[in-house]
Design a protein around this ligand. Structure first.
Ligand SMILES: [Cu+2]
Length: 230
């Protein structure tokens, strides 16, 4: 809904990119989907292969469908609900198509937005550090597995009494070498007790990585989990 995260997200593509839409009717009324080049209305300029259902044969509550859109030229397109009136009521988002060759990080066709909470916890004697739960407890340093191109959002809460910071790294001893802009604060400007932070980044390359606390020594004390990009 308006004001909430991920509301009518703007989609940025390069000319020639193929965008796959996987649309679910999470509402209680009927809806249909399409991409149009028109900045108003619901049937002018609609791109045929982008249609999912139609206003005369819409998606019922809980139903879903797929379609795709290939941007043929630079400009602004709109993804809309093609049921009359629904676009005006807010079911509209933009697709910005450019010829920006520097925009080389492209999500794979099955990429997802995945969200995790990884909170900093400490044993009462401060010797053991971990994410989410102490060793032997449920959800201790959970292994994260994503696909290349996925968008990842990490939320971290500092539930401990010392300072912590988050980052995804290739080598846990190289805690300064944080990848993909994944850091939440830093060793020199860490999260204070009770503070929380968030980062959103794209898993740009496949391989085995670690998420760690980037405060020196904390990964060794247990603040380290496996992060795999397939
Ligand atoms: Cu730490």
């Amino acid at each position: 809904m308006p004001g909430e995260e991920d509301h009518n997200p703007e989609i940025r593509v390069n000319v020639g990119d193929k965008v796959i839409f996987d649309v679910i009717n999470n509402g209680k009324s009927f809806h249909a989907f399409a991409v149009t080049s028109n900045d108003e209305g619901f049937n002018e300029g609609v791109v045929e292969e982008s249609k999912i259902a139609s206003s005369s044969n819409p998606l019922k509550p809980g139903e879903s469908g797929n379609s795709f859109f290939v941007s043929a030229e630079e400009g602004t397109y709109y993804y809309i609900c093609t049921v009359p009136g629904h676009r005006e009521q807010g079911m509209e988002g933009r697709i910005i198509s450019t010829n920006d060759v520097t925009n080389t990080v492209k999500p794979s066709t099955d990429s997802m937005h995945r969200k995790y909470t990884l909170s900093f916890v400490e044993s009462s004697d401060f010797r053991t550090l971990a994410f989410n739960a102490l060793p032997g407890e449920e959800d201790h340093n959970p292994e994260i597995r994503v696909n290349i191109g996925d968008t990842i959002t990490i939320k971290s809460i500092n539930q401990g009494k010392s300072f912590h910071a988050f980052g995804v790294v290739k080598n846990p001893e190289n805690f300064n070498d944080v990848l993909w802009g994944s850091e939440i604060q830093s060793a020199s400007n860490p999260l204070k007790p009770g503070d929380s932070g968030e980062s959103t980044f794209i898993a740009e390359a496949s391989g085995s990585y670690y998420y760690i606390c980037t405060v020196p020594g904390h990964a060794l004390q247990g603040m380290k989990g496996i992060f795999i990009v397939d």
